[in-house]
Design a protein around this ligand. Structure first.
Ligand code: FES
Length: 103
């Protein structure tokens, strides 16, 4: 018997206004700008930051880090999370405001 998983696609609303927000990385003492239309993992990688990651599609949880503050949106199911001090999968979530991460 075999199991297969089909990851949910990341959906990007082409008509949504693209906004830029600051992401503060508290452990590495860096502040970077990211846009709201791409996952945080990809946005950080484009700036030379390479957080631990695996599948890149929201399954393995390797990219999970603590979001200290801020609002993010899951790009698979569109759920918005404004909770502080919560686990965040960087590969499927985008910033929807200034975000602070324990990275
Ligand atoms: S890299 Fe696998 S869940 Fe994010």
């Amino acid at each position: 018997m075999s199991e297969s998983f089909t990851p949910m696609a990341l959906s990007i609303d082409e008509n949504a206004e693209v906004k830029t927000f600051t992401v503060t990385l508290t452990k590495s003492n860096r502040i970077v700008e990211v846009s709201n239309n791409k996952p945080l993992l990809k946005a950080l990688q484009e700036q030379g930051i390479n957080p631990p990651h695996g599948c890149g599609m929201g399954i393995c949880n390797t990219c999970s880090c603590e979001k200290l503050t801020g609002t993010t949106q899951n790009m698979q199911n569109k759920s918005v999370c404004g909770n502080n001090n919560t686990a965040l999968r960087l590969c499927v979530n985008a910033a929807q405001g200034p975000v602070s991460l324990d990275l």
